[in-house]
Design a protein around this ligand. Sequence first.
Ligand SMILES: Nc1nc2c(c(=O)[nH]1)N[C@H]1C(S)=C(S)[C@@H](COP(=O)(O)OP(=O)(O)OC[C@H]3O[C@@H](n4cnc5c(=O)[nH]c(N)nc54)[C@H](O)[C@@H]3O)O[C@H]1N2
Ligand SMILES: Nc1nc2c(c(=O)[nH]1)N[C@H]1C(S)=C(S)[C@@H](COP(=O)(O)OP(=O)(O)OC[C@H]3O[C@@H](n4cnc5c(=O)[nH]c(N)nc54)[C@H](O)[C@@H]3O)O[C@H]1N2
Ligand SMILES: [Mo]
Length: 628
Amino acid sequence: MDQVFVSCCPHDCPDSCPMLVRKYENDTIRLEGNPQFSLIGGGWICKKGKRWEYRVRSPKRLTSPLMKDGSSWREISWEKAISLWALRIHDALSSEGPLSNFIYQSAGSLFYSKKLFKKVFVELGGYTEPKGSLCGSAGGAGLKRAFGFTPVYKPENLKYAKGILLWGRNVVETHPHILPILRNFKASEGVEIGALEIRRTPTTDFADKWWRIRPGSDGVLALLLCKTLLERSDGWPYWRKRAKNVESFENALARLDRQNLLARTGLDESSFESIYSWLMVHRPIAIYAGYGPQRYESGAETFHLLVALSLLLGAFDLKGSGVVFGKNEDWMFPMELIGSPAMQRRVPVGDWVLNISGYRPKIKTALFTCCNPAKQAPGIEKFKRAMAEIPFKVCLDIEMSETALLCDLVLPAACFLEEGPDWLGSWWHGYLLRSEKALDPPGQALPETTIFTLLAQELGLNIDLEEARNKMDQLLKNSPLVKQVSKGIYALKEQDSWCENNRVEILLPDDFPMTLRDSHNFESLRFISVHSSQFINGQTFGVENPDTPEVFVSDKEAAKRSINDGDLIILSGRGITLKGICRIDKTMDSGYCIMVQGHPWVNELTEPKVSPGYGVPFHESFVDLNKL
Ligand SMILES: Nc1nc2c(c(=O)[nH]1)N[C@H]1C(S)=C(S)[C@@H](COP(=O)(O)OP(=O)(O)OC[C@H]3O[C@@H](n4cnc5c(=O)[nH]c(N)nc54)[C@H](O)[C@@H]3O)O[C@H]1N2
Ligand SMILES: Nc1nc2c(c(=O)[nH]1)N[C@H]1C(S)=C(S)[C@@H](COP(=O)(O)OP(=O)(O)OC[C@H]3O[C@@H](n4cnc5c(=O)[nH]c(N)nc54)[C@H](O)[C@@H]3O)O[C@H]1N2
Ligand SMILES: [Mo]
């Protein structure tokens, strides 16, 4: 008899889709959208989620603990693996103390059970971990500066907007479940979708109108829009009531030179006027901001300025106005199950690799779980060098990742279909999702909760993370902040931070040092990487790495170098050279080139850097591009 389980997609994607797992007698599965979830564009799953049908049993799965043995790998027993790991942690503790254990987790799976392992390191007295994320820290920090907390824009409120401005957000590729909502939107009279981009994308095709701006100049555009709104007395009449620091903000805007700002955005006067009048006509405006525009030094400032612009456009008075970005999907995770460490050291995720040799206490062991920084973090060769300085490294993954290959011990983890009950939130919608175990893990793979319980026992700690996961299940099911909608789907009682009844006051900026910094104007090209509809982040399972990657440039940049579309080119930067195939994109402007992120070579060319708000300014990297 077939069995059906509730589950949800583990990917770090805003859509966080509830799924049904149909399990057949031969232990194969089929995945489909949970039809109970048609609330906000749901009820179906995309090809990335669907791929787990065969990824879960693919030959690429790790099935036994592996220890590095010279240049090859040796299978070892769990007993041996755990005892070796515990010994190294113990040595680190006695020589350098708790901060010598480094723990690194990222976005490989958003399931809550994956976070419980920290309890072990809390009980050991502390740890070192990265600060910030490779993803949206800068943008998030800008929003937080304005609000004092991370604001939530409830997707339901989009229906009140008359203009949705997709500000560097490529929703058609990266947020497909919003599309049914946007299609409805487009069908309403007088309601429009606009897009601000650096190139034509499937999203700009989808929008009613789009404008191209210079990479990294979104904050400048926001400033110019605010300045113009004030000069023309078009600002929402009551915006000052909601704001702190009004006078300084207005004075700072008054001092800025209009022509200089316009030139920085790369827009001509008529395009600027077209954006301006679009905003005037389509209030209330929802600014739907993307991750691309915050991967710059100015990322946090840009997002702070988007809030200021939104306020001047009538946010809080006009329902539906506001800035939509991510929110904390872990908001409901019961932190009490982990506790807080006595000691903690946090090192910027963007550039810790540059400074590791100076750390005191030294890093003696490192744990990598649900992450693949050897592919997804900036400056790969610097990452490799940092790894060489860490005496003992462990990676937990479901497959042999680039990061796992650099470790001493690789441990096979169960994936979301093989453990549970488990939970996950969304950085877009307001539902908390519960999943059930549908399959046993392959070979000797184990749930992370089991792996760390074994480690804790070996370290002499009285911790049972399986029990903690079950406790989490009870806590979440019974939380007064959720209401069950159907099996596995729980609505969150969340407040919309942009709602008119909120008593928030927006802090306006009066200094824009990163936004007004002179932009780079050498011969080299700004190197920009973008997400693809084909796969998620660095998880390219089921999608081949192209033999020769495509590099997109404008026709002007190609002509300057006598390059035709399809020609082989050499991309070089940071002492790395890469062969690529040139794709001319006439919708791009001069000064930058674009590649799809998620392939191992991309972050060889990016600089390990940290931006305000502990973001990673991937797009502040520059390359030379020449004909081969
Ligand atoms: N299919 C798929 N979906 C995904 C992901 C995936 O890898 N694949 N990843 C998920 C994750 S973790 C994230 S963070 C999100 C990312 O979602 P998005 O923010 O939509 O994706 P990005 O490609 O990072 O950036 C969006 C756009 O910003 C543009 N851009 C770059 N620089 C600038 C700029 O200076 N100004 C402006 N206005 N635009 C600029 C790029 O051309 C790009 O089209 O997607 C999530 N969803
Ligand atoms: N140049 C450039 N770099 C980027 C970006 C960019 O736009 N440009 N985007 C950035 C963004 S937005 C993000 S969010 C990051 C993502 O960066 P990461 O989170 O580091 O990368 P992922 O590719 O999501 O892969 C994480 C790993 O988790 C593993 N995994 C999957 N499920 C499980 C599980 O259940 N348990 C364990 N232990 N492991 C599991 C996968 O096999 C994979 O190896 O990349 C960033 N990197
Ligand atoms: Mo991300």
